[in-house]
Ligand binder design. Structure first.
Ligand code: ATP
Length: 240
């Protein structure tokens, strides 16, 4: 049984009079899974990660279910419900999802420690020792009092990774988490993501161009098939 079960999930973008649709026909993400999302730039990896992160409303969702604590939560119905549904989705996102966005997304007015602890605050699970442990493992332990503006892009990305792990999420989503770091750090970051997800029994979905580094350490891959016609372009992700 899956943590997240998806069928017919799609998001449509419209630009310059043409539709671009990102879709998944069928996907089950089970606890402990480690899935790589691959494909060329612009194909739809971030869109799919945002859909799974409950951060982006789908245009279609035949089935979009989250199973936690013996309960099946109908995410598609929550998206359809409007304001109250969105509030419930935000609460679920805070509790369940750890998200490493492509651009870091740190809050500029919080120091590194405050940024890492943010997911713990939002989910009501403070754990200062874990904040410090993650910072140590990501080699940002001496930056805890600094503001994001004073950090390098790679350092910011490591803070974003610590923040995504700090509340022990069940679903860990990472969008190009190694894009701004050197090869040694890239390997360490992927190790940390994979180990942390495994230790927590969480599922990990990671979008990456860095397949060489991921190969052998992932349980499955999602790749897109792209079809274009007069109406627009459709990128459908499927397991391979
Ligand atoms: N807000 C938006 N408005 C219009 N089109 C968008 C929007 N966001 C994304 N798109 C389009 O959707 C497609 C998928 O974008 P997405 O960012 O998901 O791709 P990606 O695979 O993550 O790319 P990259 O690897 O470069 O980050 C792109 O063609 C993009 O132009």
């Amino acid at each position: 049984m899956g943590l997240v079960e998806v069928a017919g999930l799609a998001r449509r973008w419209r630009a310059e009079g043409r539709d671009y649709t990102v879709a998944v026909e069928r996907l089950t993400v089970a606890p402990g899974d480690c899935i790589a999302l691959t494909g060329p730039s612009g194909v739809g990896k971030s869109t799919l990660i945002d859909l799974l992160a409950l951060a982006l409303a789908p245009d279609a969702a035949e089935r979009f279910v989250l199973r936690i604590g013996g309960e099946a939560i109908d995410l598609a119905a929550l998206w359809r419900r409007g304001g109250r549904g969105r509030a419930a989705l935000a609460a679920l996102r805070a509790r369940i999802v750890g998200y490493v966005p492509q651009a870091g997304g740190l809050l500029p007015y919080l120091d590194v420690e405050g940024n890492i602890a943010l997911t713990q605050r939002l989910s009501g699970r403070p754990d200062r020792a874990l904040v410090r442990e993650l910072a140590r493992r990501l080699d940002i332990g001496d930056l805890l009092a600094r503001k994001p503006a004073t950090l390098s892009v790679g350092q910011r990305q490591r803070v974003a990774i610590a923040r995504a792990l700090a509340h022990r999420p069940l679903l860990l989503l990472a969008d190009e988490p190694t894009a701004s770091v050197d090869p040694v750090r890239a390997a360490a970051i992927l190790d940390l993501l994979i180990e942390s997800a495994a230790a927590a029994g969480a599922a990990l979905v990671v979008a990456s161009h860095d397949l060489d580094r991921l190969d052998g350490r992932i349980g499955g891959r999602l790749v897109p098939t792209v079809v274009a016609d007069a109406e627009g372009t459709r990128a459908v992700f499927h397991p391979c």
